[in-house]
Design a binder for this molecule. Structure first.
Ligand code: ARG
Length: 267
């Protein structure tokens, strides 16, 4: 049995190689052999300074400290990085169905998510902030004040679960994109949004009409922090990723990446 399938498989491979050689013209004899394997990263580039769009040399580019971490991982694995930008609530599904190899998207390694995917160690820890319009600062200063108000969160995020548990009698609006949540807040369609502090700070920097309140949520550490996700059972890959993370942390690189990402945001 195995023999026949093995033969068929090698015939198929020979066929594919011949096809690819014949289809790409003359000087290709060694091309392909030199090509690195691809590491496909899934992210949701609406989350500055983690990942966001930035025009660089006239070209729309995805940048951010998560992207720098992904590049370091790909380099250590000697692979070529390909980035797929998708909505945050579609990332886990894309990983489970093999459309992407890893997720780096400021994703928190919750126990529920860990039932379907494997996580690396945590590479960065943030806290949750509540963002409001400056003009409402007297009206909204405690969690109590949010009663009866409209609160925006990202669909499929841990913040979505958090607010529905901890803020009572409020109305919730879940949107796919953080960028849309910011617009809704600026236009008064929601009264507050809940996002992680680096992101809140990045948007406040850009939108002087917004502000971060000092309200705090009661969260356990498992609801904080970001980790890299890979398909279930990718022990070797996760081990390699953890090694890169250890190295980046030890060399102070992650903090450097964050500073660089914030600089990119400013100019
Ligand atoms: N840390 C939160 C979570 O895991 C939010 C992450 C949102 N990430 C993004 N790229 N939009 O649910």
């Amino acid at each position: 049995m195995k023999g026949i399938y093995g033969k068929l498989l090698s015939l198929l491979i020979v066929g594919m190689v011949m096809f690819s050689l014949s289809s790409c013209g003359k000087e290709v004899s060694v091309e392909g052999e030199n090509k690195k394997a691809k590491l496909v990263l899934g992210t949701s580039a609406d989350y500055a300074p983690y990942e966001f769009h930035k025009e660089i040399d006239g070209k729309d580019t995805i940048v951010g400290f998560d992207i720098d971490i992904a590049k370091a991982i790909a380099e250590d694995l000697d692979m070529e990085l390909e980035i797929k930008d998708m909505s945050f609530d579609g990332l886990l599904e894309a990983l489970v169905t093999g459309k992407i190899d890893i997720i780096i998207a400021g994703m928190t390694p919750t126990p529920e998510r860990a039932e379907n995917v494997d996580f690396s160690k945590i590479y960065y820890t943030a806290v949750n902030n509540i963002l409001i319009n400056k003009e409402n600062m007297d009206k909204i200063s405690t969690l109590e004040d949010l009663k009866g108000k409209k609160i925006g969160v990202q669909k499929g995020s841990v913040q979505e679960a958090l607010v529905t548990e901890q803020i009572k009698e409020a109305e919730f609006k879940s949107l796919t994109k953080i960028t849309d949540l910011i617009l809704e807040l600026k236009h008064g369609k929601v009264d507050a949004i809940v996002i992680e502090n680096p992101v809140a700070e990045a948007y406040v920097e850009k939108n002087q009409d917004l502000m971060i309140t000092d309200m705090k949520f009661d969260v356990n550490s498992e609801e904080l922090g970001s980790a890299v996700a890979a398909a279930k059972g990718s022990d070797e890959l996760i081990e390699a990723i953890n090694k890169t993370i250890d190295k980046l942390i030890a060399e102070g690189k992650i903090n450097e990446f964050i500073v660089e990402a914030n600089n990119l945001l400013e100019d």
